[in-house]
Design a protein around this ligand. Structure first.
Ligand code: Q0Q
Length: 299
């Protein structure tokens, strides 16, 4: 199994940045030997994170499954928004789990939309009755569906830190009112469309995070879209407001890590142990199941 912690050496590409589970490269111009300024290579690893840790155990094919799912969503959303995809003609070493994309002027906002109340949004609601300054009906509980998806933006925190929620007014101050309204409306429309498709296939998308860049004046959808890494995936047949919902993709990991079998404690601050083979296999199967249910394709 390749060491997922060290960025790959890709001949013809310069490593630009490594996120928790994805890596960014730039194609090198053969004439100048310098990284091109107009394209990037997004590479999805098989790394998985849980409880804010990157686990030692990669999930085989996770990178390819999520890349193919994101590409499928980009095509499903083309009537709503342009995207940054150029090609899947990528080096053999990352084939299937990498995408050549147009380098955009990225907007400095994590565009989050929520269709259900949970996580940090629930915390804010419990404290204030609102999320991102949007007042919600009283009496909502964990997992409740919201009257309609809401835009709850946050800052782009450095890796390892948590994004901070910001009000819409802060987005307007950062990128201007017109552009703020456009990314808000697009983010909400993307989650709405995502749930129209996913609910019919037994999956609820509780929330999602998207990133936009600019191509001149045009807003372009970048990064990844509507994957289990950028969105909370819940099995629809287990939806029961009033307590934390099971995760479609990470429930096996979370349950094993918080079971006595792991010998680990969330509160220890220590890195979690490696996952047993059966938990890895079950988790891989859930990613494949999500892909096949949503796209109708066989992985
Ligand atoms: C957060 C994300 C990231 C992805 C993969 C690994 C680590 C970070 N990222 C995306 C860009 C980016 N910049 C310019 N143009 C683009 N089309 C994109 C995209 N996508 C910069 N960072």
């Amino acid at each position: 199994m390749p060491d997922e912690t060290v960025p790959l050496t890709l001949p013809g590409y310069a490593h630009v940045y490594s996120g928790k589970v994805r890596d960014l490269y730039a194609p090198v111009d053969p004439a100048s030997g310098q990284p091109r300024g107009d394209q990037l290579l997004l590479v999805a690893s098989d790394r998985i994170s849980a409880f804010d840790f990157i686990l030692d155990s990669p999930i085989p094919d996770k990178g390819e499954v999520l890349t193919r799912l994101s590409l499928w969503w980009f095509s499903q959303l083309e009537d709503l928004v342009a995207n940054h995809v150029i090609s899947t003609d990528v080096p053999d070493a990352v084939r299937g789990r990498a995408v050549l994309v147009e380098r955009l002027e990225m907007l400095p906002v994590e565009c989050v939309a929520r269709a259900y109340l949970t996580g940090g949004g629930l915390g804010e609601y419990t404290a204030t009755g609102a999320v991102s300054g949007i007042a919600l009906p009283a009496g909502l509980v964990d997992g409740d569906r919201l009257p309609g998806p809401i835009f709850t933006p946050s800052t782009k925190a450095p890796m390892g830190e948590h994004d901070e929620p910001i009000p819409f007014s802060a987005v307007e101050a950062e990128i201007g009112s017109d552009l703020a309204a456009r990314v808000r409306d697009l983010t909400v429309a993307i989650l709405k469309r995502g749930n129209e498709v996913a609910a019919a296939r037994g999956i609820l998308l509780a929330d999602t995070k998207v990133e936009f860049g600019l191509r001149g004046d045009e807003v372009v959808l970048a990064d990844e879209v509507l994957t289990p890494d950028s969105s909370r995936f819940w099995p629809a047949d287990q939806w029961e407001p009033g307590h934390p919902q099971p995760s479609f993709d990470k429930q096996f990991v979370r349950e094993w890590l918080t079971s006595p079998a792991s010998g680990w404690s969330k509160s220890s601050g220590e890195a979690p142990p490696a996952l047993p083979e059966d938990v890895v296999a079950q988790t891989r199967a859930k990613y494949v199941e999500a892909f096949e249910r949503l796209t109708g394709e066989t992985f």
